[in-house]
Design a protein around this ligand. Structure first.
Ligand code: ZN
Length: 122
């Protein structure tokens, strides 16, 4: 009668059995004075699971803080950029720097960009 119950346990709950095996190994190592192995392994597994989650959360937090939505100082076109980076206005082509939540023109004010088409020398 009792011979069938371990088989049923194995067939129906394979996940639980593998967990029980892990717990049994941990208890065995602990009883042998190797509790530090268990602690080290659990810390390592925890780090492997936590590191990507913390990394992703940190990246999202950084992105939310760093993305700046402002208007081009030249043509008032709405732009988005990452703090401290250089972007080019998609409307007028002006080079802009994202600086503390504002878009700043790289060229000094009152500068007019001119392209020489033809230079005549006498
Ligand atoms: Zn612009």
């Amino acid at each position: 009668m009792n011979n069938n119950s371990p088989n049923l346990f194995q067939v129906k709950l394979p996940g639980v059995q593998s967990w029980l095996t892990i717990v049994a190994i941990c208890l065995l190592l602990g009883s042998l004075g190797l509790g530090w192995v268990v602690k080290f392994a659990s810390i390592a597994i925890g780090l492997v699971i936590l590191a990507p989650v913390v990394g992703i959360l940190g990246f999202v937090w950084w992105l939310r803080r760093s993305i700046v939505a402002a208007q081009c100082p030249v043509c008032n076109y709405s732009l988005q950029g990452i703090n401290g980076s250089e972007i080019q206005c998609t409307n007028c082509g002006e080079l802009l720097t994202v600086d503390r939540g504002k878009l700043v023109r790289d060229t000094p004010p009152d500068t007019i960009d001119v392209v020489a088409v033809e230079v005549i020398q006498d």
